[in-house]
Write a protein that binds this ligand. Sequence first.
Ligand code: GDD
Ligand code: MN
Length: 364
Amino acid sequence: MLELIALGLAGIHFGFPLLYYWYVKNKWLHRPWNIKKDKNHKPKITVIVPTYNEAELIEMRLDNIVMQDYPKNKLEVIVVDSASIDETAEIVERWISRNSINIRLLREPERKGKLHALNIALRHVDSDAKIVIFTDADAYWEPKALSRAVSYFADPKVGAVTGNIFYEGGGTLGEDVYRGYYNTLRVAESKIHSTPVHNGPLIAIRASLLRKMGLPNFPGSDDSAFGSLLAFAGYRAIQVDDLIVKEPARNQARRKLRRAQHLLLNFLKTKRYAKERGFYTKSQFERIWKVEWWLHVVNPWFLLISVIFLVISAIRNSIVALVLLGVGLTLSIIKTYRIWILQQLYLLIGALRNLRSKEVVWSK
Ligand code: GDD
Ligand code: MN
């Protein structure tokens, strides 16, 4: 009996996301955007780079930003550093003295986390700026990334744009597999309406909306939550596939755990936040949110309970349970399966860790 329940739970755990993936991929991925984009749309924009101990990478990051094919007189860059204990600030200052673009360095006297730093930077954004772009110090943008992101904002329905993300060198824990699956999912969701998950290497946001709504003020809301909030407010918050960003794979296990924690916080908090603030309208996004909420918050527990039931049955000498556990283990020769299981583990441990610490300030 327990075996049957376990099998049912596992069936839902694996079946539902597969079905969802299959559905959005086949029904939506290749549809038109239904967005009027314009590649000649070149408003004033501000790029914000938050840094904490990025001495190794920050120079490359700034070089990569100025190398974008975007008019320099329309571009403002703000680096906000939170009391790095390495040379980050000095390196940025030297870089500024060598380059003649509109860039400034803000220095926080104390480290209070990325979200706090972003809020400081926002107070300094040029009042003419039409789009604000957040980017991580370890990101890399393809040369046309910026202008491509901006082109979507020609349509007033668009509130936020993020890019397809890839890991340099494929990654050590199969990030390439993970990304392939998620890029497809996120772009397809974006075709329907919007995606609730946005990628730290490049998040472009319509400045007027940011000014009106402000960044959500709960822990973990520094990357995806504003996109979700905009989508709830009825704007399109999209991941687009002609925009490619890269990120090195560093300290993956730990980072993936924190990311899982932050994703969970997004799914647990943003909807209520949108309603409380009066930024909620019913749209197609509601359905996407419900599925993604379920996949992140509930679905991992189905797997855990299923395994627990099988183990209990196996201890009670159930051959069926033993065979099922064996099959589950054997499947881990398939990479995609392994990555999936790992991701479920991160979500489970992340949920527990959120009870203790929300990782507002994190170490690398
Ligand atoms: N100013 C400032 N202050 N910047 C910070 C702080 C801080 O306290 N902590 C981290 N940063 C900066 C880093 O220097 C980097 O540029 C960026 O924030 C992202 O941090 P990483 O350490 O590179 O973390 P990640 O690659 O795992 O980040 C991903 O997950 C985060 C949420 O957990 C990205 O998607 C981030 O955008 C996201 O915030
Ligand atoms: Mn990073």
